[in-house]
Ligand binder design. Structure first.
Ligand code: HEC
Length: 138
């Protein structure tokens, strides 16, 4: 009976840890979809010369970056566990910075600067995505 209980407790512990990972993973995926939508909306508004649209979408992007900080990045960047969290936080900081700069550039009517900010945002996304080789969480 004691052994059974220990096994049961161990099982419960593993499954709750597992559930925690799944919740993090689901929130990250959902935030990522919002991030993609914001980036696409920035571009769409740009083609229509819709300045307010660009600014709204850039703000939406800034507001959807939480998961980059709250998710344990060592789970999706297992090759470089010790630096994973630092790397993800840096990407969050850079995306936020370029999105804020993009809003300022639109206000200043500086199209070259706003395009540069947009490119830099996409670079932050791909610098992480290119590292997720197996698309699998460890
Ligand atoms: C620090 C790492 C990191 C950065 C930066 C990052 N992503 Fe992701 N992204 C991930 C991970 C991890 C996943 C989930 C991969 C999986 O589980 O298959 C993901 C998944 C996605 C998905 C698929 C979501 C789904 O439906 O499952 C989209 C879309 C996406 N990211 C867009 C973006 C965009 C747009 C940016 C930049 C604005 C960005 N990502 C920046 C790590 C990152």
């Amino acid at each position: 009976m004691k052994k059974f209980l220990t096994t049961l407790i161990a099982l419960l512990l593993t499954s709750s840890l597992y559930a925690g990972d799944k919740t993090q993973q689901a929130k990250l995926a959902s935030d990522m979809r919002t991030m993609l939508e914001s980036v696409v909306n920035i571009q769409r508004a740009g083609f229509y010369n819709n300045k307010e649209g660009i600014k709204t979408a850039a703000q939406e992007l800034i507001d959807s970056l939480d998961s980059l900080i709250t998710t344990d990045a060592s789970m999706y960047l297992p090759e470089n566990k010790s630096n994973a969290g630092k790397f993800a936080k840096k990407r969050e900081k850079m995306i936020r910075m370029y999105a804020e700069d993009l809003i300022a550039a639109i206000d200043a009517g500086d199209i070259d600067e706003s395009l540069e900010d947009y490119n830099q945002i996409i670079k932050q996304c791909t610098s992480c995505h290119s590292r997720i080789r197996q698309r699998m969480w460890k």
